[in-house]
Design a protein around this ligand. Structure first.
Ligand code: HDD
Length: 750
């Protein structure tokens, strides 16, 4: 019609005006010069998968393996399509009524793209939101065969696994190195059904009964009004709760110890916390506690490193895990069990095995290795795998059963329940990462996100229409065993056993098992955290708990807070320390460590090359730090003075004394500047200073020795020099066996 034509004319005229007058220099606009950089116009093959990385395991919704490509959707073929597979010509411009007009509701591609984007996020986990996962393999030693019928623990059996490490308190985007407990959840895809070992890096828990879980988490999460602080316990509500609820004191001290700030996921122990019940082929039972022992030893950050890393590299642990796996340095742990007789008392050496605030010292019940875990593949897609993985304590294969630990019992409810909101319905076990590798033959049907196309008409029992299928497994057909444990005849009560009332003896045991330097760290952690509280009454109440644990600890923290130290209100427990709890004073392997090497073009580059080879040969990772990127000589540079910071290295080697480059931050000391020809780049001096303060081994040869002198650390403990790089490296490697040069930390307590 006429008016429509008029509009069209106006629009076209306007478009011409815009193109020709207002934007003559825009590449591609009429009259403008042809573009100098050509955009790709021909289809390319999709990017190949990362080297040596398969896709997530592909299973049918019922668990059978399939040969179909793992990424059944997305990145198939060269052309962009809609979700329905129709090829698209343009995804950069919405369909509009003229170039300046409004978007048309008709634009199905626009609506699909934006709607999908709008719904990309799912609720983060209510706890353990921040995590990192990896695939791996578990190989059984066969040593558990006597005590459990679980097939995956038979000698030589290999089982695929997925592990997710996490912090507890922080949101999905929070920093990795905060002071917190770490989750260590493992999904064993056994051929008899999935086994989830949902563990932590600490062997005890804050509460004895799951009904208190919302309380402790509400107290520890950010304050409800301002939603701060993020990912930490250094605030009033946390200390309010743990000082009022003294069964939390044991776990709290683990958090205040170096265990609360691990060096790496690869250097953490893991603990199943609860006591589990194993059943063997003869239906005999034992009680066990599960332990993961890292091959690289148990190591922590210093508190200052942890704080610095929160800003310098909030992804420190995630990056460390992925870098190690992708470099082929596969992290390993041994799974072990402490075994106890299954007696009616459910206790061992006077320790109630159903109390999750208690450990059984390894000296009383040694951890017996039963298999090895190797993480060898990083996820291809974080969301699909790490975010959607769903663990549950009730995922148990035949041969492993639960006990009446009231924390464990409550967890058996919570984990499935939480997935209903988080993963949007009851079919989350059909998500690829959650699919069992054992065949599934359930009678669960329909529901949101149902992916299975179930056959048959009779998902009920008994039936005659589907031939009576599926059948319950008989006695010899390897069904899950609910151990017929006798439940004592007792009144229904909301109460704990009396043994649960001891809240202090094992905290004292932990404290007395620490070396002086670890005690010092614990004192400083309490002093820091309570120093961040505003309420005097909370500090005083927590000091009372510390007095009941140990008067020296209490006095030191009280001094730091400027408060009087109270007297104990309970007799101090007589305990025997457990050396296995300490990380100090042991010989650890040095592989997997990061060795920073400061170089510049004047350095002894042959010597550096030799050290690099020696570092690789020792299973460690050399990182060259130079004034600029690219190459120094023919050696590749991994970090510059701008991108490298001391906190990522376990050891610092200096092969040069680089002078400041123009981008060096102004020196703290005005005399140290570009004008001074003997000056060392202030960032290198800072690196040395920080490494020294964090008790790291430092070595230097050639020009590097000058740096030690200028930093004022030459000749101090753990600082070595030599004639060659090789000699210096050998010396620092020996120092690494202790992890740090502990004597540099002054310890005020014995
Ligand atoms: Fe829990 C997640 C470990 C007590 C309720 N828990 C979660 C994760 C780990 C643990 C490692 C993260 C799993 C993952 O990576 O997806 N939780 C523990 C340990 C506990 C413990 C070792 C004590 C020994 N948890 C506990 C209690 C309750 C929960 C007492 C509730 C009554 N935990 C949950 C949860 C989460 C969870 C709300 C959040 C996300 C999820 O489960 O899948 O259900």
């Amino acid at each position: 019609s006429k008016p429509a034509k008029a509009v069209k004319d106006v629009v076209e005229a306007a478009a011409e005006k815009v193109a020709g007058v207002l934007t003559p220099d825009v590449p591609g606009a009429p009259g403008s010069a042809p573009p100098t950089v050509e955009e790709p116009t021909t289809p390319h093959d999709p990017l190949p998968p990362k080297a040596e990385q398969g896709a997530p395991e592909t299973r049918t919704p019922t668990g059978a393996k399939t040969d179909a490509p793992a990424i059944a959707k997305g990145q198939q073929g060269a052309f962009l399509t809609t979700s329905q597979g129709a090829r698209l010509r343009d995804t950069d411009h919405s369909l509009k009524a003229g170039p300046r007009g409004p978007i048309l509701l008709q634009d199905h591609h626009f609506r699909e793209k934006i709607t999908h984007f709008d719904h990309e996020r799912i609720p983060e986990r209510v706890v353990h939101a921040r995590g990192a996962g990896a695939h791996g393999l578990f190989t059984a030693y066969g040593t558990a065969e006597k005590v459990t019928r679980a097939g995956f623990l038979k000698k030589g059996r290999e089982t695929e696994v997925f592990v997710r490490f996490s912090t507890v308190l922080g949101s999905r985007g929070s920093a990795d190195t905060v002071r917190d407990t770490r989750g260590f959840a493992t999904k064993f895809y056994t051929d008899e059904g999935t086994f989830d070992l949902v563990a932590n890096n600490m062997p005890v828990f804050f509460i004895q009964d799951a009904i208190k879980f919302p309380d402790i988490i509400h107290a520890a999460k950010p304050h409800p009004d301002r939603e701060i602080p993020q990912a930490q316990s250094a605030h009033d509500t946390f200390w309010d709760f743990v000082s009022l609820h003294t069964e939390a004191q044991h776990h709290t001290m683990w958090n205040m110890s170096d265990r609360g700030i691990p060096r790496s996921y690869r250097t953490m122990e893991g603990f199943g916390v609860h006591t589990f019940r194993l059943v063997n082929a003869a239906d005999e039972t034992v009680l066990v506690k599960f332990h993961w022992k890292p091959k690289l030893g148990v190591h922590s950050l210093t508190w200052e490193e942890a704080q610095m890393l929160g800003g310098i590299d909030p992804d420190f642990h995630r990056r460390d895990l992925y870098d190690a796996i992708e470099a082929g340095a596969y992290p390993e742990w041994e799974l072990g069990i402490q075994v106890f007789p299954d007696t009616p008392e459910e206790s061992f050496a006077g320790i109630d095995l159903l109390d999750p605030t208690k450990i059984v010292p390894e000296e009383l019940a040694p951890v017996q290795p039963i298999g090895r875990l190797t993480l060898n593949r990083t996820p291809r897609n974080f969301f699909a795998e790490t975010e959607q993985v769903a663990f549950h304590l009730g995922h148990l294969p035949p041969g492993i059963d639960v006990t009446n630990d009231p924390l464990l019992q409550g967890r058996l409810f919570s984990y499935v329940d939480t997935q209903l909101t988080r993963l949007g319905g009851p079919n989350f076990s059909q998500i690829p990462i959650n699919r069992p590798h054992a065949p599934v033959n359930d009678m669960l049907r329909d529901g949101f996100h149902q992916h299975a196309v179930h056959a048959g008409v009779a998902p009920y029992r008994p039936n005659s229409l589907d031939g009576g299928n599926p059948f319950p497994a008989g006695d010899d057909e390897n069904a899950f065993v609910d151990v017929p444990v006798t439940v004592a005849e007792a009144p229904k009560v909301r109460a704990n056993p009396v043994s649960f009332d001891d809240h202090y003896s094992q905290v004292r045991l932990f404290w007395l098992s620490m070396s002086p330097v670890e005690k010092e760290h614990i004192i400083r952690a309490y002093t820091f955290e309570l120093g961040k509280c505003y309420h005097q009454a909370i500090k005083e109440r927590q000091l009372q708990s510390l007095a009941n644990i140990d008067p020296v600890l209490c006095a030191e923290v009280a001094t730091g807070l400027g408060l009087p130290a109270p007297q104990p209100t309970v007799p101090l427990a007589e305990v025997t320390p457990s050396p296995a709890l300490s990380q100090v004073g042991r010989e650890w392997p040095s592989d997997g460590r990061m060795v920073g090497i400061v170089v510049d073009p004047d350095a002894d580059l042959d010597g550096v090359g030799e050290v690099r080879r020696a570092v690789f040969a020792a299973g460690m990772v050399p990182l060259l730090i130079a004034p600029h990127g690219g190459l120094v000589g023919d050696l590749p540079v991994q970090r510059t003075f701008a991108t490298g910071r001391s906190v990522e290295f376990d050891v610092l080697l200096l092969a040069a004394a680089p002078t400041p480059t123009p981008d060096a931050i102004p020196a703290r000391d005005a005399k140290v500047g570009a004008a001074d020809s003997a000056a060392v780049d202030p960032r290198v001096l800072l690196m040395v200073e920080e490494c020294w303060r964090h008790a790291k081994a430092i070595g230097a040869w050639g020009g590097g020795v000058t740096v030690l002198e200028r930093a004022g650390v030459a000749g101090t403990p753990g600082v070595v020099t030599g004639d060659s790089g090789a000699e210096v490296f050998t010396a620092v490697q020996q120092l690494l066996a202790a992890h740090r040069v502990w004597e540099r930390f002054p310890a005020s307590v014995a």
